[in-house]
Design a protein around this ligand. Structure first.
Ligand code: B4P
Length: 192
């Protein structure tokens, strides 16, 4: 089993590249953003609570997303490996993930960290907001709040995995296919 964290700021291409990676490597895609948006669309109590937090550009409480990931891991015992997209976003989430994987006798193989300038992130997210219907994408101050949350709470997740020598930085600007090729090259080196 080979497990990957696709890491990077909001708008760095995690969702976009995840679609291509799961198709190529047969991994189970676990996106906490998608899981939360499913709860919102079903108007569950969790979804209603998450929506107001996401609309402010803030992170949903750790215990909520950790529970979602724990259930998703249990629900997929046959998976060849997992691609974590948008999770972990705090050190507490990373430590919880490490423990959950340990219980399943597996671990994170590599953390692929996409690097994109703030100007490009804002441009991409505002652009997506024109068509996505996502309320967290069509307001520049909310996008700036998301980037600020990333800098203050999420960049440290890369430090957590750097101590185990698992982080690879990837240029996240260029065409989707160029970036995908860089990601595949790193994964293939580790699989061979
Ligand atoms: P997410 O759903 O994870 O969304 P994201 O970070 O905004 O997007 P992503 O990085 O996947 O977007 P992509 O680049 O693919 O999070 C949303 C919210 O959910 C968070 O703010 C938070 O409130 C909550 N949440 C989620 N997980 C959480 C957790 N673990 N803990 C707490 N809270 C959590 O796409 C961006 C745009 O760029 C697209 O339009 C795409 O087409 C475009 N694009 C992609 N690659 C490009 C390229 N190479 N060139 C040009 N454009 C490109």
């Amino acid at each position: 089993m080979f497990n990957i964290i696709l890491f990077g700021p909001p708008g760095s291409g995690k969702g976009t590249q995840s679609e291509k990676l799961i198709a190529t490597y047969g991994l189970k895609h676990l996106s906490t953003g998608d899981l939360l948006r499913t709860e919102i669309s079903k108007q569950t109590p969790l979804g209603l609570e998450a929506k107001s937090i996401m609309d402010r550009g803030q992170l949903v409480p750790d215990e909520v997303v950790i529970e979602m990931i724990s259930s998703a891991l249990d629900a997929n015992p046959q998976a060849n490996g997992f691609l974590f997209d948008g999770f972990p976003r705090t050190v507490a989430q990373s430590e919880a993930l490490d423990k959950l994987l340990q219980l399943k006798n597996t671990e994170i193989g590599v953390v692929l960290a996409l690097e994109v300038s703030e100007e490009e992130l804002v441009h991409r997210l505002l652009n997506r907001g024109l068509t996505s219907g996502r309320s967290d994408d069509n307001n520049e101050s909310v996008i700036k709040a998301r980037i600020s949350e990333y800098r203050s709470k999420t960049t440290v997740v890369a430090d957590h995995y750097s101590q185990f020598d698992k982080v690879v930085h990837i240029k996240g600007e260029g065409t989707v296919d160029q970036i995908f090729a860089s990601l595949c090259s790193e994964i293939d080196q580790r699989l061979s």
